[in-house]
Write a protein that binds this ligand. Structure first.
Ligand code: ATP
Ligand code: MG
Length: 464
């Protein structure tokens, strides 16, 4: 794709000249840098499509520089130049995220092929990002995949909650779909035409969080040349989704409590309160009840946000959904990439079912995306999904882990069926109450959450 911008980093002037000439002859735009400092300046000034970097730079470590670049520009492909005989460092570079490597001296054909492939990869990544944002915008229920019984119950509950205006708290491990559920609630509510504003409280430094949420008045602090509207005001008439609520400081928790109670707030440096009409949805991937017990989360705020809790199970607790989700993501990615893949091999499905998915649905989505890009045949095989660092050896659990997983799942189901009532649960399991308590303690489970299941079925009754 001529016209793309390529940055070449090498301390050897001869190589720089040769590369510059060849790349220009192929109609690419080329910039050169002799060291890391110049390279970073160039990268921050112009968006590049590709970087070619020599691993052995005179003054610095090429791999470290490469890692730094990947950290800042994760979607920018990097091709490594390496001397013959130093393949090991090239392999290390690949493991750390380089796209490919070429050994010196290189021939024109090789160089051109590596560049074309890397640029194609960058284009695909961009298209996929676009698709993702498109997918996120379409927030109908049909984009939430899940036949699992617990997921079906959650979706029924979501449909009911959406029509009310109550505060919702969503709990689940990272990547389980908390934001997707929050968006769905918003888009199926009476506020659907209003804004949906999200903030990940854990991703912003504490001192900036208050400013982001409530804004400030001009002249309040050095640099505050203009007044700034906070996210609460931006969400007026719509919904604000606060992810990582468990990461907020006690001072901010007081402010959040006030907005939830009074539906007003004061911007930083302001004297007048500003009224807002906002629905609040919060999410946490930690146990907030435990945080309350530990004294790190305000109890009054907890009860304010814990009006309608939704607990999203991890993917390993709903493995029956894996084939469905994998096929859904495959079909979506095939559409964008214009690939015609029919499905997965039985072995691939089996391996996916055995794997534990610590990153939940996001990890599954990423692995399928990668597999669709890599697949050369019309079915996706195990090795397209799992690379060598992810072998069955790593995913197969020890006997102890497997037993603990069973015990935990059994206990969760038992409590769910008995709505958190320990006496009934112990009868059903034919065990002493003390045994059940012991397990509850061992797995740090809060039986209260299963009581809420009961209330939640009739959410209209408690939401005003
Ligand atoms: N049931 C589902 N069906 C289809 N796609 C899903 C489902 N659940 C999650 N996803 C997709 O998985 C990705 C991760 O979901 P999301 O961002 O909602 O997770 P999260 O729980 O908010 O994660 P985090 O805790 O890291 O913020 C998104 O791309 C989302 O669209
Ligand atoms: Mg999220």
């Amino acid at each position: 794709m001529p016209g793309e911008k390529i940055l070449v980093i090498d301390d050897d002037t001869n190589i720089l000249e040769v590369l510059q000439m060849r790349l220009k002859a192929w109609n690419y735009h080329v910039a050169i840098a002799k060291d890391g400092k110049k390279a970073k300046t160039a990268l921050s000034a112009t968006p590049f499509n590709l970087v070619i970097i020599d691993l052995r730079l005179a003054e610095e470590n090429g791999i470290e520089l490469m890692e730094e670049i990947i950290g800042c520009y994760p979607n920018l492909p990097i091709i490594i130049l390496t001397a013959h005989g130093s393949i090991e460092s090239a392999v290390e570079a690949m493991r750390k995220g380089a796209y490919s490597y070429i050994t010196k001296p290189f021939n024109n054909e090789d160089l051109s092929l590596h560049i074309k492939n890397a640029l194609e990869k960058q284009l695909l990544t961009k298209e996929i990002e676009h698709l993702r944002s498109q997918l996120d915008k379409q927030n109908n229920f049909k984009h939430i995949i899940g036949n699992n019984k617990r997921m079906q119950e959650i979706l029924e509950r979501v449909a009911k909650i959406a029509k009310t205006d109550c505060t919702v708290s969503i709990y689940g491990e990272s990547g389980t779909g908390k934001e997707l559920i929050a968006r769905t609630i918003h888009h199926n509510s009476n506020r659907a035409k209003g804004p949906f504003v999200t903030l990940n409280c854990g991703a912003i430094p504490e001192e900036l969080l208050e400013n982001a949420l409530f804004g400030h008045i001009r002249g309040t602090f050095t640099g505050a040349h203009e007044s700034k509207e906070g996210l609460f005001l931006q969400a007026n008439g719509g919904t604000i989704f606060l992810d990582g609520i468990g990461n907020t400081s006690p001072a901010l928790q007081i402010k959040l409590l006030r907005v939830l109670q009074e539906r007003d707030f004061k911007p930083i440096g302001g004297t007048k309160s500003v009224k807002v009409n906002v629905r609040v949805i919060v999410a946490a991937n930690t146990d907030l009840q435990k945080a309350v017990n530990d004294g790190t989360f305000r109890e009054d705020l907890f009860y304010r946000i814990h009006v309608v809790p939704i607990y999203i199970p991890s993917l390993r607790e709903r493995k029956d959904d894996i084939p469905l989700l994998a096929t859904y993501f495959m079909t979506e990615f095939c559409k964008v990439l214009k690939k015609d893949i029919k499905g997965f091999t039985p072995a691939a499905i089996q391996r996916m079912m055995l794997y534990d998915w610590p990153g939940n649905i996001r990890e599954l989505q990423n692995k399928v995306e990668h597999a669709v890009i890599m697949a050369n045949k019309d079915v996706i095989a195990t090795e397209d999904i799992f690379n060598s660092t992810n072998t069955l050896k790593n995913t197969f659990n020890s006997y102890r882990d497997a037993k603990e997983r069973f015990e935990r799942e059994y206990l969760e189901n038992l409590l769910r069926m008995n709505k958190g009532n320990i006496t009934n649960a112990s009868k059903m399991a034919k065990r002493y109450r003390a045994d059940i308590y012991k397990l509850i303690k061992k797995y740090n489970i809060n039986p209260e959450i299963y009581k809420n299941d009961l209330i939640l079925i009739n959410t209209e009754n408690i939401c005003t």
